[in-house]
Each structure stands twice: as C-alpha cells, then as structure tokens.
Design a protein around this ligand. Sequence first.
Ligand SMILES: [Zn+2]
Length: 229
Amino acid sequence: MLRPPEIGSQERAWHAETVFNVCPGCGEYSDEKGIDPSGPFAICPYCGHRQRFVRLPLFIVTGASGTGKTSVALRLAADMRDYVCLDSDVLWRSEFDTPEDGYRRFRNLSLRIAKNVAQAGRPVVLMVGGIPEQFEACPERRYFAELHYLAVVCDDEVLVRRLTARPAWRKFGSQTYVEQERRFNAWLRENAPKTLPSMTLLDTTAISEEETARRPLSSPGSPGRPAGR
Ligand SMILES: [Zn+2]
C-alpha cells in the first residue's frame, strides 16, 4: 500500500522507486514488464494490465575521474533545458559495490530513476562510470527506446597529471585509485568501438575544461552519444 509521501523521507524514497513498477491493475510489483512499442505499453506479467508510458532515448555519459566528465555534466545541467541531467553518484551506497555482477543493482536503480524522471517527457542524460553491457543487461533497460553512450577520455599521462594535481587525491594518497581510473580510461579508449552498442569517444586531452564542456553541445538536438562504471 502506497502511503502519502509526506510521511517521511524513507517512505518518500520508497514511493519514488515503486510508483511506476506497481501495477495499477493488480497491485503487484514488477520491473520486468513486457513492452509493446505500439503504445508504448508496459504489460503486467501478473494480470496483463497495459500501462501506457513515455519511452524516450537515454543518454549515458561515462569516463574515468580526471577526464573532464564532471565539467561536461555541469555544463550540460546548466545549458540543456530540454534534457534532465542526473549524476548517478548521488545514488551510490557501499552495498552497491559488487564488481562481480557489473554493479547490477546500482545500474538498475540508476535506470529506474531515469525512467521515472523521463515520464515527465524530457530525455535524461545520465552521468555514470559504467560500460554498455552493464546497462544493457538491466531489467529497467527495456523502458528506454535507445541508449546512446558517450565515453569521455584523455591520454593516460594527462589523466594521471590531472588526478595527482588535485589536493583531495593527494590527501587520500590513493595511488590505487589513480591506477584504477587510468586503467578504466585506457579500457574505454581501446574498447569504445567494440562495445554493444558502441560508444562515441570524446577525447579531452588537447582541449581545455571549458571546451570539453561545450563539445557535446555542438550537435543540435542531441547531447552527443553518451556511456560509464
Ligand atoms: Zn497487474
């Protein structure tokens, strides 16, 4: 039973997560409804109720720390009034740290939130750190028309220089973190054309942070073809 959202923050969060997935026909919860693109309709696996919904493309921006992904995110959020920019980091909790299954619960939750936001009629640009196969495998993937992936990358040396120049990173002294990001950055550069679907690369090595933020806006009507851990 859905309770009024003003009851408390926990109930509010729960309501936001379930409002789409609870069937108005039978009240059962499912994030694996059948999809009929003709409506489009989400079809309840329990009672067959057909729920019309808004099925939009989703834009995913991925990249290692130090590549300029955050600059891109900040600029998009300020300038792209026709899109809603969400940073999936705000959803992160330690219980989601499951690399063995591609962070499946975290990915699926990110998509679920994006799906709910998209019901207002504006496409979502999701800032993440993952890769296409992690999102394509999620039950919530079905509620989007297409996923477009943009991988923000730069040369390894530039990445390491940018990361180690940040006082915060020095403070943590985390060479492990820097190495992890360097490896992810290198992986994206090499594998972007091979993933399914493929990722578009945005190389920020030779461009300033400001230009990095402007670059994805250069194609009218699209924030670029976004991806992400
Ligand atoms: Zn139902």
